[in-house]
Design a protein around this ligand. Structure first.
Ligand SMILES: [Zn+2]
Ligand SMILES: [Zn+2]
Length: 384
């Protein structure tokens, strides 16, 4: 009886996801246990200094960033499975093959949860339920209803071309990337905010408290388009947004992309900021502005219409003149048929003599951004 019920739930999940491949992966995960890789290196984020940028790869698209004292966690998924939650806290679906480098209780206090889109491997209800009132969620448009009812922190909704500024001990401001959009974007965000239950005061979207800032500063998170899709299930359901993000401040820039197919114009989508100037401009390559760290996906590339291959991600890294690349979305939840370690093997092959730019090659790896920027990667011929 239990088996029949499980099969029924799996079938329902597959129908909901609209994918035979999903059904195969879930079935495989249920009845043929995958290897379960242990993490050898345990990060110690509570001891990281707050005068620099330190990152660790926790697994899949979950990356912890200490950005000069502000803690940012991308697409937090820490459970043993992703999928449906038919009964209580139990999750029915694909299980992870590598344990998370940090359990939830091992995380430091998180200031910002940065969510790229609503797919199950990036937006996990079981994990999101665990955050407290001091964590702000930055989410794409059309996803407000997907935050758990138990979410107690503030919420900032960003569409493409919108950004938030995290100002120490001050209200979090919003503005658009072009003056043409500014009024509309501000109004839209405030309207969305009025429909939410986050406990922010009027006109205030969020407030971030740096616990031990080294100097007064601000941090900006800007949303930009990627080549993916955003529906939670199926393809013709509720329209939901999907974002890439540029995090900037203290003269440094980090790009986070949860999922994307290859983009020939990736560098044009990543906004350019010059601190202290007015409207930011696009095309960082044209402005000679490098990205210090790219956090970008390399797995699931047999679905090439919405996932980049390692070689394509390497090309996009070059497009924005990346200095370092943290490659995620592999070795955790096997959503495609590629072997466990093939994505990194292909990325290392594509990078050739520049392989030293690839950081956190294993879950639990920790990387400190050098205080003095190294030269950006030269634009290379595509490796594919
Ligand atoms: Zn996705
Ligand atoms: Zn994904």
């Amino acid at each position: 009886m239990l088996i029949i019920a499980l099969v029924g739930l799996v079938a329902a999940a597959a129908i909901a996801a609209g994918s035979r491949r999903y059904l195969r992966r879930v079935s495989h995960s249920l009845f043929v246990p995958n290897p379960y890789h242990r993490v050898e290196n345990k990060p110690q984020p509570r001891s990281w200094p707050n005068d620099r940028i330190t990152v660790t790869w926790i697994g899949h698209s979950t990356v912890l960033i200490n950005y000069h004292g502000t803690t940012i966690l991308t697409d937090p998924v820490l459970g043993k499975r992703i999928g449906l939650n038919p009964i209580g806290r139990a999750t029915l679906g694909i299980h992870r093959i590598t344990e998370p480098a940090l359990r939830f209780e091992e995380l430091p206090p998180i200031d910002v949860v940065l969510l790229s889109h609503a797919h199950q491997d990036h937006w996990d209800f079981a994990t999101l339920k665990q955050f407290g009132a001091k964590t702000t969620a930055v989410i794409p448009t059309g996803c407000e209803d997907l935050l758990p009812k138990a979410w107690r922190g503030r919420i900032a909704v960003l569409g493409w071309g919108e950004e938030i500024r995290l100002v120490e001990s001050a209200s979090l401001a919003t503005r658009a990337l072009s003056s043409k959009l500014e009024t509309r974007s501000l109004k839209q965000i405030q309207n969305r905010k009025s429909n939410l239950s986050a406990p922010a005061s009027a006109g205030e979207v969020a407030k971030i408290q740096n616990r031990a800032p080294c100097e007064p500063s601000e941090l900006t998170i800007a949303a930009f388009p990627v080549n993916h899709w955003g529906h939670r299930v199926g393809r013709r359901r509720k329209e939901r947004g999907y974002n890439g993000y540029l995090i900037s401040g203290h003269g440094r820039r980090i790009v986070f992309v949860g999922d994307t197919a290859h983009m020939l114009d990736f560098s044009r989508q990543v906004p350019h900021h010059t601190e202290g100037e007015g409207s930011p401009e696009r095309d960082p390559q044209a402005r000679g502005e490098a990205v210090d760290l790219c956090v970008m996906p390399i797995g699931c590339y047999t679905m090439s219409h919405n996932h980049a291959s390692p070689e394509e991600t390497w090309d996009m890294f070059h497009q924005v003149q990346g200095r370092y690349l943290l490659a995620h979305h592999w070795r955790t939840f096997m959503l495609g048929p590629e072997p466990d370690f093939e994505p990194m093997e292909r990325l290392l092959a594509a990078s050739g003599p520049d392989s030293h730019r690839i950081v956190c090659k294993e879950p639990g790896g920790t990387f400190v951004l050098p205080a003095v920027p190294v030269p950006a990667s030269a634009k290379a011929e595509p490796a594919f």
